[in-house]
Design a protein around this ligand. Structure first.
Ligand code: ATR
Length: 275
């Protein structure tokens, strides 16, 4: 029987996951479909029951359901538990198990830039995305991670939990030249006209600046970083790798990530050679 997968969210029309997974199914001769499904928060439980009843083989969960889905699943893995958020659900017989591939997806993308493991890393933000990334950085062997955030208390809490260092935003801005990698994990940059989450005035030339936002491809943070002579890494790689880890969990097949980064970059009107 033909398998089917889905992504649920509100809104959902903008999601590139169906486009990406359909290409990977074709490339790998897998007979399956991938549907975007609009689910309002008040209908999440019914939607989850419907996915179970109608035999979805797995699904992605996007905003605003990443936390709310947890009690509706039959279980979650350690990564999703640490992040208290699920982005990928895998069917195992009659049960749905949640996991989270966002943090590892980001780190796999970061590794394509060939960073040294002893790099001094500054993580800007302390929300859900920063959580996943800080745990994944530690798992990958990055030891020197500092967290800064507009609301300092959240930076302190996350730093405590992940064994990272912490700085106030003002301290981080003053000491920006002490970092080799700066990772932008906040929602700033989703709208072109928004301000930067941190001033890049003191950034050192050659520092790697990475953003998790992929639409727009050139966020204000990355534009400023480029102006200051930084190397940049946009959010397309994270999007593709988080999907690829999920695809492998569902099908057992490792899809072609490099070609997909090129396809998605071009679809978003970006310039692939700049990566
Ligand atoms: P997500 O799950 O996408 O990370 P979140 O948990 O709401 O979402 O976290 C959003 C992050 O973006 C937080 O670090 C937030 O900072 P606060 O903890 O101070 O709220 C950060 N953020 C959002 N808007 C911001 C802004 N205008 N300037 C700086 N940081 C901002």
């Amino acid at each position: 029987m033909k398998k089917w997968y889905a992504v649920i969210g509100d809104p959902i029309a903008h999601s590139l996951s169906p486009f990406m997974h359909e290409i990977w199914f074709q490339e790998n001769d897998i007979e399956a479909s991938f549907l975007p499904i609009h689910v309002e928060p008040s209908k999440l439980k019914q939607a989850c029951e419907a996915l179970q009843l109608l035999g979805a083989s797995g699904f992605n969960v996007t905003l605003p359901h990443k936390q709310a889905i947890i009690p509706l699943l039959d279980g979650i893995d350690d990564t999703a538990a640490k992040m208290n958020a699920v982005n990928t659900v895998v069917r195992n017989g009659k049960s749905f198990k949640g996991s989270n591939t966002d943090g590892d997806g980001f780190v796999q993308s970061l590794l394509t830039a060939d960073p040294k493991l002893d790099s001094r890393v500054l993580l800007v933000g302390a929300g859900g995305a920063a959580r996943g990334i800080s745990f994944a950085l530690k798992r990958a062997g990055f030891e020197d991670v500092t967290i800064t955030n507009r609301t300092y208390r959240r930076a302190e809490e996350l730093a405590e939990e992940t064994g990272s260092k912490k700085l106030t935003k003002a301290e981080a801005e003053q000491n920006l030249d002490g970092f080799d990698i700066i990772i932008q994990t906040t929602s700033v940059g989703l709208a072109e006209d928004e301000a930067l989450p941190i001033s890049l005035e003191k950034v050192r030339k050659g520092t790697l600046a990475a953003d998790i936002v992929y639409n727009p491809i050139d966020t204000p943070f990355l534009k400023k970083a480029e102006e200051k002579g930084c190397k940049t890494l946009n959010g397309v790689g994270m999007f593709v790798y988080q999907g690829a880890i999920g695809f492998e969990k569902w099908t057992g097949v490792k899809p072609d990530t490099e070609k997909m980064i090129q396809v998605i970059t071009e679809k978003l009107g970006g310039n692939y050679v700049n990566r």
